[in-house]
Design a binder for this molecule. Structure first.
Ligand code: NAD
Ligand code: TYD
Length: 352
């Protein structure tokens, strides 16, 4: 048995690959284009793992997709690959249209061709699991109920619009062609191997480097944080028992303002790695210009996933953020290579 994962050198995909290989004997084919967000150092511990087949390639390359599916005969495709950073989507939306929309389209088409050629039993068991985000639902007011799966999609950024487009394609491939798809819409993740352009790793590493901790606008925007291994367990559970054609929201019931998150990180760091001058890291906080079109609040109702599939997160925000900070403190080499750009050397060393 084999699964095909896309984007398995990124933050969530990388955690998923490591967790999967630690738990299963099944071969995992990992297709990743190694954009700036792909980091093979994350996968160092499974480089020689017999169950891990890494393929450097692009989901836009349909010939490669057809070839991989034909060669490895996976029972499932789990699609993490994407451009994922809202701020980058504001500066340069084209890559988001290419990878998130056209790339998902190419992957769906290759999966459909492959799936249609399978014998009946394998066709029935096949799954295409699309990993998406709560950002497709748009922004909530302070007293609105959290997003359910039935909330209208009202994306506000080029990133979330491209992800919403991909969700619609996935849905259509099920309704029109019968492809057995599953979609997960997850809230903000944090944890090990997170690229430090996103709030939590950026704040941890800037704090340690004595640099400013930038807070956009008033810092009162709310995100619903989920520790990454809980997202991975939700994806595994949906893959195992989700009903084809359904979408499942994934979230941790951990709504926090950005300011609360940053202050929590500062106070944990004050205890774990005090500043040489004895002052608090919170003194490095700086309010900066707001993100254009900044969504005010995201919150997820993950009740369907809990009721139907029995999934619950294992970590609270307090336990997860402590583990995350401890991980960054213990993995100075990974973080140094990300910050100085030398993680990219792995690509040239491996692929010339
Ligand atoms: P990431 O940016 O850390 O990683 C993306 C990975 O995809 C990288 O390894 C990159 O090299 C690869 N990739 C990009 N374009 C590719 C292409 N054209 N072909 C093949 N590989 C390509 O992203 P992430 O934070 O790990 O997010 C993974 C998925 O989860 C995304 O689909 C994202 O929308 C979704 N998601 C993320 C969050 C979050 O908080 N980070 C929350 C919910 C959902
Ligand atoms: P981010 O980690 O980029 O995730 P997303 O935009 O997908 O939610 O940002 C999380 C929140 O933190 C978001 O409200 C923007 C804010 N933010 C800052 O205030 N400062 C920063 O430097 C960054 C990167 C984000």
């Amino acid at each position: 048995m084999t699964i095909l994962v896309t984007g398995g050198a990124g933050f969530i995909g990388g955690n998923f690959v490591l967790d999967w290989l630690a738990r299963h004997d099944e071969t995992l084919v990992n297709l990743d284009a190694l954009t700036y967000a792909g980091n093979l150092e994350t996968l160092k511990s499974v480089q020689a793992h017999p169950g891990h087949v890494f393929v450097h390639g692009d989901i836009l390359d349909s010939a490669l997709l057809d070839q991989l599916l034909a060669r490895h005969q996976p029972r499932a495709v789990i699609h993490f690959a994407a451009e994922s950073h809202v701020d980058r989507s504001i500066h340069g939306p084209m890559a988001f249209i290419q990878t998130n929309i056209i790339g998902t389209f190419q992957l769906l088409e290759s999966a459909r061709r492959y799936w249609q050629g399978l014998e009946a039993r394998r066709q029935q068991d096949f799954r295409f699991l699309h990993v998406s985000t709560d950002e497709v639902y748009g922004s909530l007011a302070a007293d609105d109920a959290p997003f359910s799966e039935r909330h209208p999609q009202q994306p506000n950024s080029p990133y979330s619009a491209s992800k919403a487009s991909s969700d619609h394609l996935v849905r259509a491939w099920h309704h029109t062609y019968g492809l057995p798809v599953l979609t997960t819409n997850c809230s903000n993740n944090y944890g090990p191997y997170h690229f430090p352009e996103k709030l939590i790793p950026l704040v941890i590493l800037n704090a340690l480097a004595g640099e400013p901790l930038p807070i956009y606008g008033d810092g009162l925007q709310v995100r619903d944080w989920l520790f990454v291994s809980d997202h991975c367990s939700a994806v595994r559970r949906v893959l195992e028992a989700g009903r084809a054609g359904e979408t499942y929201n994934v979230g941790g019931c951990n709504e926090k303002t950005n300011l609360e998150v940053v202050r929590t990180i500062c106070s944990l760091l004050d205890g774990l790695r005090p500043r040489a001058d004895g002052r608090s890291y919170a003194e490095q906080i700086r309010f900066v210009s707001d993100r254009p079109g900044h969504d005010r609040r995201y919150a997820i109702d993950a009740g369907k996933l809990e009721r139907e599939l029995g999934w619950r997160p294992a970590e609270t925000f307090d336990s997860g953020i402590r583990k995350t900070i401890e991980w960054y403190l213990a993995n100075a080499e990974w973080t140094a290579h990300v910050r100085d750009g030398s993680y990219r050397d792995w690509v040239s060393k491996q692929y010339g």
